[in-house]
Ligand binder design. Structure first.
Ligand code: TPP
Ligand code: SF4
Length: 293
């Protein structure tokens, strides 16, 4: 059974409000951007869990959505485009007591960063990954992304996209994600619950957040109509059932698709809580290079 990190435990004696986690930096997003909804839910989740800001890190790559760490009063790290997951994994191994939340867009996470999703999901570090999926590249002014639908016309695909869109939930599930959920920025209460459960989950928690880009791909009305809860008798312990729900074409199910408990990356990785001994990491360089020949 995987151990829950100390920092993920709620501290009931400390009462915190969402605004306690808000930084002084005002979001630079367009009015109405779905990312405001995710930010509000995240602030609410941090307050509900009364997380210590000094032990919490929000990590991102590059994109409109990846601006989010600036707006939260925790530690933050904006790294290179698509590289948030490996950076966050390294942070977690170096200091397992930190609560680490990774945020970003579909371009950041499924294009340039796609390879990292595969390995984060199968390695199961205890981090939470919130992807604000707007099915487009917002920051660079509206190009087709890996989740854009077939036939989607943008400046980069003026005759319509010929590429099959990826299915982020099915992808994460098939790579071994131990927590997989879908929320909608227009349903903040449920989204907050999914984020709280994701942070509390001891392992890699993947949450696809449908978050409309009102400027380049306004899907707000469409997603309001399409989102639907998972069936009442749904069992989130069944990965195959989760995959079937992820591939549904009639509605866009939202909720907790899958959860399992298994050892985390850091639970079976050597953790150096002690000062490094001189020579502990000495490497026989010639032998190492020879081994690659
Ligand atoms: C190595 C590299 N390649 C390309 C870019 C240009 N770039 C910046 S953000 C972005 C995609 C943004 O889309 P997404 O991640 O979906 O975020 P959104 O802006 O929609 O929130 C791209 C291609 C970059 N900054 N660095
Ligand atoms: S361009 Fe789109 S994703 Fe970027 S801030 Fe504006 S609405 Fe949001």
């Amino acid at each position: 059974m995987a151990e829950k990190s100390v920092s993920h435990r709620a501290t009931p004696l400390v009462k915190r409000r969402p605004r306690d986690y808000k930084s002084r930096v005002k979001p630079t997003w367009c009015p109405g951007c779905g990312d405001f909804g995710l930010l509000a839910s995240l602030l609410q989740a941090l307050a509900q869990l009364a997380l210590d800001p000094a032990q919490t890190v929000v990590v991102s790559g590059i994109g409109c959505s990846s601006r989010l760490p600036f707006f939260v009063r925790t530690y933050g790290f904006q790294t290179a485009h698509g590289r948030a997951l490996p950076l966050a994994t390294g942070l977690k191994i170096a200091n397992p007591d930190l609560t680490i939340i990774v945020v970003g867009g579909d371009g950041d996470g499924f294009s340039i960063g796609g390879g990292h999703l595969v390995h984060a999901a199968r390695r199961n570090p205890d981090i939470t990954y919130l992807v604000m999926d707007n099915e487009i590249y917002g920051l660079t002014k509206g190009q087709t992304s890996p989740t854009s639908p077939l036939g989607f016309k943008t400046r980069s695909t003026p005759y319509g996209s010929a590429d099959m869109p990826v299915n982020p939930l099915a992808w994460a599930l098939s790579c071994g994600a131990s927590y997989a959920a879908r929320g909608f920025s227009g349903q903040p209460k449920q989204l907050t619950d999914l984020i709280v459960e994701g942070i509390q989950h001891p392992g890699f928690a993947f949450v696809q957040v449908m978050s409309p880009c009102v400027t380049f791909n306004n899907t707000l009305t469409q997603w309001r109509a399409a989102t639907a809860p998972l069936p009442d008798d749904y069992d989130p312990g069944d990965r195959m059932a989760a995959l079937a729900q992820a591939f549904r074409g009639d509605v866009l199910p939202v909720g907790l698709f899958y959860r399992e408990i298994r050892p985390t990356l850091e639970s079976h990785t050597r953790v150096t809580n002690h000062p490094l001994k001189p020579g502990a990491y000495d490497v026989d360089l010639p032998a190492l290079l020879a081994s690659y020949r």
